[in-house]
Design a protein around this ligand. Sequence first.
Ligand code: ADP
Ligand code: MG
Length: 258
Amino acid sequence: MNHTVALYDVTQVYVTERGASLAIENITFAVEAGEFVTLVGPSGCGKTTILSLIAGLLQPTVGKVEVNGSAVAKPSTKVGYMLQQDYLFPWRTIWQNVLVGLELNGGLTNEKRKYAEHLLGEMGLLETRDRLPAQLSGGMRQRVALVRTLVTEPDILLLDEPFSALDYQTKLQLEDLVAETLRAHRKTALLVTHDIAEAIAMSDRVIVLDRNPGRIRTELAVPEEIRAQTPFRSREQPGFHPLVEHIWRELEASEDRG
Ligand code: ADP
Ligand code: MG
C-alpha cells in the first residue's frame, strides 16, 4: 500500500539575490489515509515550505515528494490548501467565494452547488451566503475558507496555521468544528501550527521540527485517550499537559542547539 503523502529525504534550497539558503534538510515522513498529522516548530523552520511541496507549488531541490504513490509535479484537486489568511475575494459574496475553486477547475455542476449548500449548513453559514466577507467575523471567514477548500472534495487537506489569527475562544470552537468535519468526511490532514496544545488536541501524531535548517527533531503519537476526545475536551485529559511539556522541552532544546 502506498502512503497518502510521503516525503523522502527532501531538501529545499531557496535561491535569492542574497544567495542560497537551506530551508529544510533531509525531511522524511509519511501520512497514511485518514490520519491527522501536525507539524510544529518555530517560525522559519520550514513548515510552509513542506506544505507547498506537497501542494505541488514547489519542486524539491533534492529528494522526492509523493501523493498516493506518485511524484507531485503540479497542484492537483486531490490536495486542498487552507491558509492562515482566508484570501476571500472582498467583492464577491460568500456564496460566490465558496464556488470560486469549482469555477476555476470547471467542476461547477448542480450537484456541486447542492454540496456547497450542505457544507455551508454544516458550518452554520447558510444565512451569510449573500453577504460580503467584510461583513463577517474572522472565525466565520475561516469557516468559509474551509467550505471553499472542502467543496472541491480533496482527499488531503493542508492547513497552514488556519487558526492563528483568531481570538482564543473562536480558535477553540473552530478546532472542534474542523476536527469533527474532517473526521466525518474521512479526510487525511496535515496541519501546521506553532501552538503545541493545538497540535496535540487536533492530531493523531505530532512531528516536531528544528530550524536552521528545518529538520525533524522528534515524532510523537498522541495516546488514544486524548485522540478519542474532541480537541476542546482533550485538554482535560490527565496525559495532555505532560505531553505539552514534553514538546515544549524539545523545542527549547532545539533553540539552544542554534
Ligand atoms: P515556517 O512556515 O516554518 O515559518 P517557511 O517554510 O516559511 O517556514 O520558511 C523556511 C525558511 O525558508 C525561512 O528561513 C524562510 O526565510 C525561507 N524562505 C521561505 N520562503 C522563501 C522564499 N520564497 N525565498 C527565499 N527564502 C524563503
Ligand atoms: Mg509558515
